[in-house]
Design a protein around this ligand. Structure first.
Ligand SMILES: [Ca+2]
Ligand SMILES: [Ca+2]
Length: 501
């Protein structure tokens, strides 16, 4: 029921139809708002997902209590640009060829004119607003921006920075973003605080006669994880904070798994340990997550204060995960759980409260789900499947697994119990996630699991495009004739020493 127009809504309920009113007015004023919240590089270390027992996210916990958490939700690509492109278009990276940090999809045939999620809402009477990081990188000039969203707020980002990096120079060029730790600054000087403040103002001043689609994209816990002492001190500085790792974990993973993150600014665990940065990194990441959670809390508070809480669909999602030592690495760009599993929580009208679904869910399902929850016309050109059945009844089954792709030929297939991985060179992994949640024991070579392997192989994407023109950054191709890969334009032979080990 529309909280801004109780009398109007009551009259509608009484007469049972909008015959005395213009159809457009009736259509727009009865639709719920959408608060669409993205968190950059947020893995499953949040309270509702239980990925780290010391995670402190009271506001995500509070949202989960009034909504449904998809416990088995996975990104379609373990990297910003391809994950967000997939989500906003509801198309797999394998269907667009967008795997790297470039290109921007508006330059790619044949998807450049696709109707995105916010455009579909705008076409159906919504006022669309955005702040922070929703798309990866710039959209273009004022005209291009106006096509994507009606109203643009601050870009957010890192905000206050120390005068020099806080950690020792990292391998591979000492990338400026590879940094973390404590330095004195004000919460108000962080980009994520500023975008939350802007979004609060938009909720407060939202026009009463038009529903809004408000997108808020938080930057943290993306590196650099700069944080103040107050947030850092919420977490211990001893080994109790470290994720479980197995020293020889990569002994049973195919060598090709290294090609997916061959040579990157994100340091290997070996460097992190040698430089005594592991506790600092994990603590800074958890503190950054807690900081973003507090900003989400400010948004939820304003929504409640505005009287719009019962008339707004909220969705919170992370674009992909991040390793903090697991499998010997830090960063993204893997097909394992820590890199693919993300927060996905819905709340609002039509969504069951305090519910948790273990069914596989994909970020590209958000588009058709929001459209259905808001009563928008269903589109036939999307690859996602609405999660509304699971949001009404968390136990409702889904036949399709969650699929993550990192460049052509490399796919992770996640069902309720299993993770199956297929690499471009034909090598495979299989994990029993229930028995082995850390994915330490690769069962792919065990003949007892041949049927499980076959069942999962049949979900490998049938459309599996090579990289789109002008693809760049973290792009991998493989030539089966030579058994050689090209990683970021450089030849990788199967005999080359793995960097950073
Ligand atoms: Ca990201
Ligand atoms: Ca292992």
């Amino acid at each position: 029921m529309n909280q801004r127009f109780p009398l109007f809504a009551a009259v509608l309920a009484l007469i049972g139809s909008a015959t005395v009113l213009p159809a457009a007015a009736a259509a727009t004023t009865t639709k719920p708002n959408v608060l669409f919240i993205a968190i950059d590089d947020q893995n499953d270390w949040v309270g509702p997902l239980g990925g780290h027992r010391l995670a402190r996210t009271p506001n995500l916990d509070r949202l989960a209590a009034r909504g449904t958490t998809l416990l088995n939700a996975h990104c379609q690509a373990p990297l910003c640009n391809p994950s967000r492109t997939s989500l906003m278009l509801s198309l797999r990276p394998t269907s667009t060829g967008i795997y790297g940090l470039a290109p921007w999809f508006r330059t790619v045939e044949p998807v450049k004119d696709r109707v995105t999620l916010p455009q579909h809402f705008k076409d159906n009477g919504y006022r669309t607003l955005t702040t922070g990081k929703i798309y990866h990188g710039g959209v273009g000039g004022p005209e291009a921006r106006a096509r994507e969203f009606d109203v643009w707020g601050p870009a957010g980002g890192v905000g206050a920075k120390p005068v020099a990096k806080l950690i020792p120079a990292t391998p591979g060029g000492n990338h400026p973003l590879m940094d973390w730790g404590v330095f004195p600054h004000r919460d108000e000087d962080k980009g994520d605080h500023q975008i939350a403040t802007w979004a609060i103002d938009q909720i407060r001043s939202a026009p009463a006669n038009q529903p809004f689609f408000l997108a808020v994209g938080f930057f943290l816990p993306h590196v650099p994880c700069y944080i103040t002492q107050k947030w850092y001190d919420m977490f211990p500085g001893d080994d109790s904070i470290l994720p479980p790792v197995k020293a020889d974990d990569r002994d049973d993973t195919p060598r090709f798994s290294w090609n997916l993150h061959w040579d990157l600014p994100e340091p290997r665990l070996k460097w992190v340990k040698e430089n005594k940065q592991w506790h600092n990194l994990v603590r800074s990441y958890l503190a950054s997550t807690a900081f973003v959670d507090a900003q989400i809390g400010r948004l939820l508070d304003q929504l409640e204060a505005s009287g719009q809480a019962d008339n707004t669909i909220i969705v919170v999602w992370g674009d992909h995960g991040w390793h903090l030592g697991e499998k010997g690495i830090t960063g993204k760009n893997t097909l394992w759980e820590r890199s693919t599993r993300v927060p996905l929580i819905f709340a609002g009208p039509g969504v069951a409260k305090a519910a948790r679904s273990t069914q596989p869910a994909e970020l590209l399902d958000i588009y058709p789900t929001l459209a259905e929850l808001c009563g928008l016309p269903a589109r036939t050109d999307l690859e996602g499947i609405s999660l509304v059945p699971q949001l009404k009844n968390a136990a409702a089954k889904r036949a399709r697994p969650a699929i993550t792709s990192h460049n052509q030929g490399n796919h992770g297939i996640r069902t309720e119990r299993w993770r199956y991985i297929h690499y471009a060179d034909g090598t495979e992994e299989l994990y029993d996630i229930i028995a082995d949640p850390n994915e330490w024991t690769n069962l792919a070579g065990d003949p007892r699991h041949a049927a499980v392997m076959a069942e999962h192989r049949r979900w490998l994407p049938r459309i599996d495009l090579p990289p789109a023109p002008r693809s760049a950054n973290r792009v991998l191709t493989y030539d089966p004739a030579t058994n050689e890969s090209i990683w970021e334009g450089k030849l990788v032979k199967s005999t080359d020493p793995i960097p950073g080990l």
